[in-house]
Design a protein around this ligand. Sequence first.
Ligand code: SF4
Length: 118
Amino acid sequence: MSDSKNQTDPSRRAFLAGAAVAASVAAIGLKPRTASAAGENLPHLSESDPLAKSLGYRAHASNVDRKKYPNFKPGDRCGICRFFLGKPGQKSGYGGCQIYAGYSVNADGWCASYNARS
Ligand code: SF4
């Protein structure tokens, strides 16, 4: 017998995981790196990376699963996310991301940890 009320919605779970990661990043005081260490030369994050997969990362935001991530809005992308370490507003190419240490993400990508720059 299945009790769907006790199961956590996958998009909610991914959002909470992203929020937890973001809170951890903030708690340990990580700050965006300098322009010379913006991460554009780091290996590209794979969509199949376990953390990336859990947060629904897509190298191209147009491929985001809109049913699974209803909080995604057209126009949201890494280049305008506060966790992106590349050039703010960057429209193409890759840059580092505070969530995925050691990897670069596509400026046109997106994941459930997206948080618009203010
Ligand atoms: S820059 Fe933002 S949206 Fe892009 S992968 Fe990092 S946290 Fe996710």
